[in-house]
Design a protein around this ligand. Structure first.
Ligand code: PEP
Ligand code: MN
Length: 677
């Protein structure tokens, strides 16, 4: 047979192969229809095993090498699983090619994020439109604002590790993770001409790419590295500059896209260099229970010894596999960490819901970032007779902490996380060095409003010298009359923050509106939600998303049950640091501003694990009657008080009549110290 004839035959075989693959894919789609109707799992590992074994035997008969055959069929099976998964995820939208998806990425076409997006969305059958951004933060923003449907962000690399910037963005974004994709990164050195690598004087590289090729780069010391924010853009630049002495580190695909030469392939330190990307969108997805799923969450453990070990052992107790644990410092709180956890499981699954419930008591903040289909598709084992590994028995100490904290379900109550049934031991909230909810009686003192820099500095000095622990000062004031002083707002917060720094005191101020919460959290150690806002649900929800403690005041016409439900709003969003405050309620009695309900303290202590403090100032409204009620608060078991004082009460811009004079505050602090309960 001539070479031409042979080639013709090969072409024919290839065409047949493609035809057969297409037929196989069609059949796969029919299988999923059947699985859907009968609610069967997507993967049938037993069948896959049998199939592979049968094929290997068949291959032997035909003289096809086992290794080659299994490699080909692993790809075919993976394709089939992905096809079926995508059908389960978007059953109605399948084959609607006319629909477009807008994807935000960092970088331009040809960037690794672009290539990973194409791989991930290939199964959606939709046209892709890319929104290209310079910064990861802009990528996230673009989806938050609705400019793009999805963002595809690199989260970790098998050589250089986690991508910190992306982790930090996940903490604050409202977006959810809806998918993941892994992409094998094959770095090449590319140049505008086919030159020897030793001719290269300058290399444009993304800092991550340079880190992953550090060994190769030491071999060409004469080349200077110029860091570039984007891999594909560095290729674009050399293709435009056309300087034969300039090169870039990029993928083969990017080289092809910009029509430049690959002068060296495979330059990464590790051959197996994979990047994992996450796909995020505005809406959380519910993953079909039949798909292997992963869940990502971010958590901060409580300030008690061993809380991380205890939190992690809950995963062990539920036999749930952790696939990732990464820690990131909490910006603004030196030496404190947020933990990012990925595990195999689905929040739709009751076992996972129970796990999250049991995890809660060890945490002071947590946020589920999303459950999504796992893209790391486990390969079918070839030999069905290999015994499965025995799970190691845990040692006895671990077993002790592993006992799930079985909670009597608080079904009769409309709140759960705030209840003693959910968490038996008292929650202790640590603010800098101050512990609220423990054995110390904590005093928060300061003026009703921050009125000037000198006024709040003077008050901070008073707090410090008298041994109180926290400085208060209202910057946004909830005033009955719109004509009354409304507070110095952000300027006031700057003064308060500065005074706290100067005197080494944690500070607290009130947030009036949801949009203020994130920003106040950056400057204030505790955020107060005032009595008038106790049932402002959008404010409560926003307060649940930050990781600073929230002091929640009881509404002046609210019951204890309503107060606990309001706290539940914050807790349910993930912020587990709520301090309750009794500040007087309205009764028929008019002799005092409000009626201080001190009986609420022992009642609350029975119902909840959260710290409870008392504000006698707003309850009584008249300075001389405040100290006895402050002392009484300590006697009935409150964890502390908040009192207002002012350097010149007569000149106060708000709540002057209830502001203690400095000597009164000093005496109260003395009396509190003497009072042993
Ligand atoms: C305050 O503490 O300044 C305040 C306005 O309190 P309340 O919300 O209890 O009235
Ligand atoms: Mn006040």
């Amino acid at each position: 047979m001539s070479i031409e004839e042979l080639r013709k035959k090969i072409n024919l075989v290839d065409a047949n192969l493609i035809d057969l693959l297409a037929q196989r894919r069609e059949l796969s789609k029919n299988v999923i229809q059947d699985k859907n109707e009968n609610n069967n799992p997507i993967r049938d590992e037993k069948r896959e095993e049998e199939l592979l074994n049968r094929l290997v035997d068949l291959g032997k008969e035909k003289g096809v090498d086992q290794h080659f055959l299994t490699k080909v069929f692993y790809e075919i099976i993976e394709d089939s699983i992905r096809l079926q998964q995508s059908h389960v995820l978007n059953p109605s939208k399948e084959n609607s090619k006319n629909e477009r998806l807008t994807i935000a990425i960092q970088g331009i076409e040809g960037a690794y994020s672009y290539l990973a997006s194409q791989k991930y969305f290939a199964y959606s059958n939709k046209e892709l439109e890319f929104v290209s951004k310079k910064l990861f933060s802009e990528v996230v923003e673009s989806v938050e604002k609705g400019e793009a449907d999805y963002a595809v962000l690199p989260i970790e690399n098998t050589t250089s590790g986690g991508i910190n910037e992306v982790y930090d963005l996940l903490l604050h974004t409202t977006l959810s993770i809806v998918g993941e994709e892994t992409f094998q990164v094959k770095h090449c050195l590319v140049a505008s001409e086919d030159v020897s690598i030793h001719k290269i004087k300058k290399i444009y590289a993304h800092y991550q790419a340079a880190a992953q090729c550090s060994v190769f780069l030491t071999k060409i010391p004469e080349a200077r590295i110029e860091y570039f924010a984007d891999t594909a853009m560095s290729v674009q630049k050399i293709s435009e500059e056309k300087n034969p002495e300039y090169a870039a580190i990029a993928s083969e695909e990017a080289a092809k896209l910009f029509n430049v030469n690959i002068i060296r392939k495979g330059i990464a330190n590790q051959d197996e260099n994979h990047t994992r990307f996450i796909i995020v969108s505005r809406n959380r997805i519910k993953v079909d229970n039949r798909l292997p799923a992963k869940t990502s969450l971010v958590m901060a453990t409580s300030h008690s010894p061993g809380s991380l070990v205890k939190a992690l052992s809950v995963f062990d107790a539920y036999k749930i596999n952790l696939t990732k644990l990464e820690s990131r410092p909490i910006l603004g709180n030196p030496w404190e960490e947020m933990f990012y956890v990925d595990f195999e499981g689905n929040t739709e699954d009751e076992n996972v819901q129970n796990l999250l419930d049991d995890l809660g008591p060890y945490l002071r903040f947590f946020k589920v970032l999303g459950s999504y289909p796992s893209q790391v598709i486990k390969k079918t084992k070839l030999n069905p007779n290999t015994p499965t590994e025995e799970k190691e028995e845990s040692n006895s100490i671990l077993k002790e902490i592993q006992k799930p904290i079985i909670k009597k379900s608080a079904k009769s109550k409309s709140y759960k996380l705030a209840s003693r049934e959910y968490k038996e031991e008292d929650t202790i909230i640590k603010v800098r060095d101050v512990e609220i909810g423990g054995s110390d009686f904590v005093v928060i003192g300061g003026p009703c409003s921050v009125e000037s820099e000198s006024q709040i500095f003077s008050c901070a000095h008073e707090v410090k010298v008298n041994g109180a622990q926290i400085l208060r000062g209202g910057c946004f004031k909830p005033r009955t009359s719109p004509y009354s002083f409304q507070g110095l707002e952000w300027e006031g917060l700057n003064y308060l923050e500065a005074a706290g720094k100067e005197y080494d005191l944690p500070v607290i101020t009130e947030a009036l509106a949801p949009e203020q919460v994130q920003r106040i959290a950056k400057q204030s150690d505790i955020i107060q939600i005032g009595a008038r806002n106790m049932q402002n649900f959008s404010l409560l929800k926003e307060a649940g998303k930050v990781h600073v403690p929230i002091l929640l005041k009881r509404g002046m016409m609210s019951s204890i049950d309503e107060l606990l439900n309001a706290a539940e709003y914050i807790l349910a969003q993930g912020n587990r640091q709520v301090i309750l405050m009794e500040r007087g309620i309205r009764t028929f009695e008019t002799a005092t501003r409000n009626t201080l309900d001190l009986s609420a303290i022992p009642v609350l202590k029975e119902l909840t694990h959260l710290p409870i403090m008392v504000d006698p100032s707003h309850a009584i409204g008249e300075r001389d009657k405040i100290p006895p009620m402050a002392l009484a608060s300590k006697i009935v078991g409150a964890h502390g008080i908040m009192v207002e004082f002012h350097p010149e009460p007569e000149k106060a811009l708000s709540d002057g009549p209830q502001a203690l004079r400095y000597p009164q505050f000093a005496k109260l602090m003395q009396d509190l110290k003497k009072l042993q309960v």
